[in-house]
Write a protein that binds this ligand. Structure first.
Ligand SMILES: Nc1nc2c(ncn2[C@@H]2O[C@H](COP(=O)(O)OP(=O)(O)OP(=O)(O)O)[C@@H](O)[C@H]2O)c(=O)[nH]1
Ligand SMILES: C=C(OP(=O)(O)O)C(=O)O
Length: 208
């Protein structure tokens, strides 16, 4: 499992309606901690690699069992994911590999296992996010390459690139990434992990 994380100081700019500048880095870290803790606990995941140059995040996520890989020389999310996948396959050349967003604070290990089990039927497969526009998980089988195309409207790009979209019900915790205040409210309603619960306590989340 490859999880990308950019420097916390630059993270979660779309949460500015909910969390002040001084709060967002801690929230982004908490989301990542809950995401990594759930991925490490998932029986279908052998190895969690976090690609990041952020020293605090590296320390905290390594303490949860993740292996830390410095960011790729090239810039951007997809370069980071491809780099992380290459590092994973240096040790296990034909292992299935998956990319997972670092902002899934409600992630359940059992639901992640269901998604990975479904993805194993295809050489390359992905799960759309709750908004049905983006992607939260992209997986490649033993003979497949990730070829990540994360970013705006990535659901359609991953589909166009030939990856199979996983049509799964009952895996909301793997779909609910947190970019905005509405996303955070939805994740809290699902039930978030302890790091996000502690860090988001007392936040006034705008909206209904
Ligand atoms: N390692 C690494 N991770 C990245 C990079 N760019 C984005 N990410 C991560 O990829 C995921 C999606 O990134 P973004 O949506 O661009 O950033 P974000 O912090 O989630 O939110 P915004 O600032 O609101 O866009 C997050 O987990 C980011 O931390 C990068 O260049 N390197
Ligand atoms: C990068 C993605 O997620 P987000 O920007 O919403 O975090 C994506 O959906 O491809």
């Amino acid at each position: 499992m490859v999880i990308p994380l950019k420097p916390l100081s630059r993270a979660k700019s779309r949460l500015s309606d909910t969390a002040a500048d001084g709060v967002r880095p801690g929230l982004a870290l908490a989301f990542a901690q809950d995401t990594v803790a759930a991925a490490v606990s998932c029986t279908a995941v052998a190895d969690v690699v976090v690609v990041t140059d952020d020293e605090l995040a590296a320390r905290e996520l390594a303490a949860l069992g993740a292996r830390i890989v410095p960011d790729a020389p090239g810039s951007g999310l997809n370069a980071a994911l491809a780099h992380g996948a290459a590092v994973v396959r240096e040790k296990r050349p034909r292992t299935p590999v998956a990319a997972l967003n670092a902002d899934l604070p409600a992630l359940r290990p059992a639901e992640l296992a269901v998604v990975l089990g479904a993805a194993a039927e295809f050489s390359r497969a992905f799960l759309a996010d709750a908004a049905q526009l983006g992607t939260t998980l992209l997986a490649a089988g033993p003979d497949g390459e990730l070829r990540p195309e994360f970013g705006v409207d990535s659901r359609s790009r991953h589909r166009t690139s030939g990856a199979r979209e996983l049509e799964l019900a009952g895996v909301d915790s793997v779909r609910q990434d947190v970019d905005t205040g509405d996303d955070l409210r939805a994740a809290l309603a699902l039930g978030v992990g302890p790091y996000t619960a502690a860090t988001s306590a007392g936040l006034l989340i705008p909206g209904p």
